[in-house]
Design a protein around this ligand. Structure first.
Ligand SMILES: NC(=O)c1ccc[n+]([C@@H]2O[C@H](COP(=O)([O-])OP(=O)(O)OC[C@H]3O[C@@H](n4cnc5c(N)ncnc54)[C@H](O)[C@@H]3O)[C@@H](O)[C@H]2O)c1
Ligand SMILES: [Zn+2]
Length: 365
């Protein structure tokens, strides 16, 4: 089934989400002049052997010259300056010209690294995202944020770059481990709770089928997510305000991740962060969405309890996160909470004592 979303960014682009996606056709569509386009494919050591040969063949069928495939190790550690250096030198060695295009085939790591390379190599070249993880399809490939980690913190180096095209072949998800599907679903649940309406109804109806790999359920939920994120981002491309709702579950989630020295996967951390936010929402707005959150997380194979036992390191990490963002007022956190499904509230002040209680209820005791 065909499926696409047009993203109304400063430079508009199309996001295609389809089973058996015709990539040659999609690539031809962004280069009407046909001949003369050159490309390099960036991928990682897990995704490359599985999917790169077919992707290279498709780009060639579109009449493009694929100069090389650059492969980086799978995993977050590849969003580093040393891997960046190796990869950009790979582009230079292959002779990728200023008018060239980098195709990033992989999860959010390859997308973020590839986008940062494309934004900086020769002051900017073309960029195409070929997201292969569920998280990359619903979240990281949409919105134009790209970047690298530093030893001092995640995503400290970055740029905004709109791709020429985002093309997601649902068949790629067949090789994605089940745990990674669950992690991607955490972001889908987040956006469904924020969006409400038809998206939320479909989320409740299709979540279990999506979890076990049903292609139609996945396509429907991915398209809802892309449409929602694209809408939020188009309102606020440079992240001045409204885009902050996408941080639902991330305030405590980031604290949990950091307190666990990033041993806790992001999807699990934000699942728990959303549950804690649901508790805070109940305190602030007298609306009880906790059972609803628990049902959704369970259906997606996500945890309801954090593995750690101490609250203090989580609060300390949240404090550091806040400082990094340059916020004021020691002791008060600003949360995205839900007044109801589909009704996020930004900037709700939450005291450290309130945050502590919400975290306490979420960690294993
Ligand atoms: N730019 C943004 O707006 C944005 C938003 C959210 C997250 N992110 C970033 O995304 C990254 C996380 O993305 P991720 O969860 O995709 O991680 P990832 O890229 O590390 O992928 C997860 C794992 O799955 C493997 N994989 C991916 N696709 C596969 C497939 N089809 N078959 C088999 N294995 C496959 C990868 O090799 C990797 O081992 C983080 O670095 C995060 O900061 C960026
Ligand atoms: Zn996230």
């Amino acid at each position: 089934m065909r499926g696409s979303v047009n993203v109304a960014a400063s430079t508009p682009y199309e996001v295609l989400v389809e089973p058996a996606l015709d990539l040659a056709d999609a690539v031809s569509a962004i280069s009407p002049g046909a001949s003369g386009e050159t490309a390099i494919l960036l991928t990682d050591s897990t995704v490359g052997p599985l999917h790169a040969p077919a992707v290279v063949a498709a780009i060639q069928r579109a009449g493009w010259d694929v100069l090389d495939t650059v492969t980086v190790p799978a995993g977050e550690a590849s969003k580093s300056l040393s891997v960046y250096e190796g990869a950009v030198r790979g582009l230079a060695d292959a002779g990728l010209p200023r008018g060239g295009t980098l195709f990033a085939l992989g999860g959010g790591v390859v997308g973020d690294l590839g986008g940062f390379i494309a934004s900086s190599y020769m002051r900017g070249i073309g960029f195409v995202q070929l997201p292969t993880s569920l998280l990359a399809m619903v979240d990281s490939s949409v919105g134009g944020k790209v970047g690298l980690d530093l030893p001092e913190g995640k995503n400290l180096l970055g740029a905004f770059l709109q791709p020429r095209l985002v093309a997601a072949n649902l068949d790629w998800l067949e090789t994605l481990p089940a745990s990674e599907v669950s992690h991607g679903l955490a972001e889908v649940i987040k956006m469904g709770l924020l969006a409400g309406g038809e998206f939320f109804e479909d989320l409740q109806r299709l979540l279990e089928a999506a979890r076990v790999g049903d292609s139609e359920a996945l396509q429907a939920l991915i398209l809802h997510s892309v449409r929602y994120k694209a809408f939020i981002v188009s309102e606020d491309e440079r992240e001045a305000g409204p885009r902050a709702v996408l941080n639902y579950g991330h305030t405590i989630g980031h604290g949990l991740e950091a307190a666990a020295s990033y041993d806790l996967p992001h999807g699990q951390a934000i699942a728990l962060g959303m549950l804690a936010a649901a508790r805070l929402s109940r305190e602030k707005f007298d609306v009880d969405l906790i059972g609803l959150h628990e049902d959704l997380l369970r259906a997606a194979g996500l945890p309801l309890k954090a593995p750690m036992t101490a609250v203090q390191p989580v609060l300390a990490a949240m404090g550091r996160d806040k400082k990094r963002r340059g916020s004021d007022q020691a002791g008060t956190h600003r949360f995205i909470l839900l007044n109801d499904v589909g009704q996020p509230q930004r900037d709700v002040p939450v005291s450290s004592a309130e945050a502590r209680r919400a975290i306490e209820a979420t960690i294993a005791s």
